[in-house]
Ligand binder design. Structure first.
Ligand code: PMP
Length: 362
């Protein structure tokens, strides 16, 4: 069987053990004589799966009792609409504030402006989003219904190392590309969302963790299937959900628990990222594209000083089973996405390849 080290940003590499388990029980789930994708979302078996997800998420992320866990259709970008539809009406001014740290925050801000007013508190666009900008919390309009940030910027390879204290204004974080990769204090956030397709499972669903008191502000025109209250009241089963994605997530979460949980994963992730950043920093051939102080542990963005060699770099890497290293077109260069499921051996293989490529081509 051929398996590569897959550095793609998402859908991304998942733990092999998880896919093997899914494969082994795919045709006959728990001896039902039917696949998990052939049983009702209202069956006892699926009820066990979704409750297992709730319990594992609560344990792994330390989710307090006053938060709800929702599994929402449509992936992460759908939350750019769902969040303002559900929250922008929290204050009569209908305003939402944003810190623009990349394309995803820009998109979210533009989408919120369809339902109210978007205020951009700070931006790092002047240097192509290569850093997390300073922001003056004194300028955060207290009439903002919430402040939206992207905690890890998948394209640009930056992350918020610590989070703003926003007081009465709920902090909303798009954690699509890092949720469960590092320890968090959930109490700092009013709402966290994450598309599944990086650290959690397959694409198409988003996990939403929302403080209960924020469930009551949906605009009247909010579609039922984007209304968080509907999801909260009906355990995310107002209609037929993506049962397979939730099942697979339950396996990924169990895997993460078996690995030792988020604290241990964070340590491993930091060490994996350091391997690659050190290789970049120790060389005159490669350079990092994100400011060192704001580097992501999930998406390592870099380039070659001689950019003419980039195509060759990506091609030769692929021939060496190091897959999908091409950077996003908004940044150029190369990007190694190293989510929880990327083993240290994958990062070591990349570093070795980089050094070998430099020796041959430098
Ligand atoms: N936010 C972030 C931080 C992302 O990385 C992505 C996808 N890479 C999205 C939003 C959009 O996700 P989706 O394709 O599920 O809408």
């Amino acid at each position: 069987m051929k398996r590569v080290f897959n550095f793609g940003a998402g859908p991304a590499m998942l733990p092999l053990e998880v896919m093997q388990q899914a494969q082994a029980e795919f045709l006959n789930y728990q001896n039902l004589g039917a696949s998990v994708i052939e049983i009702s979302h209202r069956s006892g078996e699926f009820d066990d799966i979704i409750k297992r997800c709730d319990a594992l998420l609560t344990e792994l992320a330390g989710i307090p009792d006053n938060y709800k866990i929702l599994y929402v259709h449509g992936g992460a970008q759908m939350q750019f609409s769902a969040v303002p539809l559900n929250l922008i009406n929290r204050k009569a001014a209908n305003k939402a504030s944003f810190v623009l740290t990349g394309n995803w925050a820009v998109k979210a801000s533009k989408e919120a402006a369809r339902y109210g007013m978007s205020i951009n508190l700070a931006s790092s666009e002047n240097r192509n989003f290569s850093y997390i900008p300073d922001y003056d919390l004194g300028l955060l309009d207290p009439d903002s219904s919430y402040l939206h940030i992207t905690s890890n910027n998948t394209l640009f390879g930056t992350r918020w190392h610590s989070f703003p204290e926003t007081g009465e204004v709920p902090l909303v974080a798009d954690m699509t590309s890092e949720f469960l990769s590092r320890k968090l204090d959930i109490n700092q956030f009013g709402l966290i969302f994450a598309g599944l397709q990086k650290n959690l499972g397959p694409a198409g669903l988003a996990l939403v963790i929302i403080r209960e008191d924020l469930l009551e502000y949906a605009l009247p025109a909010t579609p039922g299937l984007l209304n968080y209250q509907v999801y909260a009241e009906q355990h995310s089963l107002a209609n037929t959900t993506n049962t397979f994605a939730i099942y697979l997530m339950s396996l990924v979460l169990q895997w993460l628990k078996d690995q030792g949980g988020v604290a241990l994963m964070e340590k491993q992730n930091e060490a994996k990222a350091k391997l690659i950043y050190d290789a970049i920093d120790d060389s005159d051939f490669y350079y990092g594209t994100a400011d060192a102080a704001h580097r992501s542990a999930m998406n390592v963005t870099f380039n070659l000083h001689n950019e003419d060699l980039l195509g060759e770099f990506v091609e030769q890497a692929e021939a060496a089973d190091l897959y999908a290293l091409k950077g996003h077109r908004a940044v150029g260069g190369a990007r190694a996405s190293i989510y929880n499921a990327m083993p240290r051996a994958g990062c070591e293989a990349l570093v070795e390849f980089m050094s070998d490529f430099e020796r041959r081509m430098g």
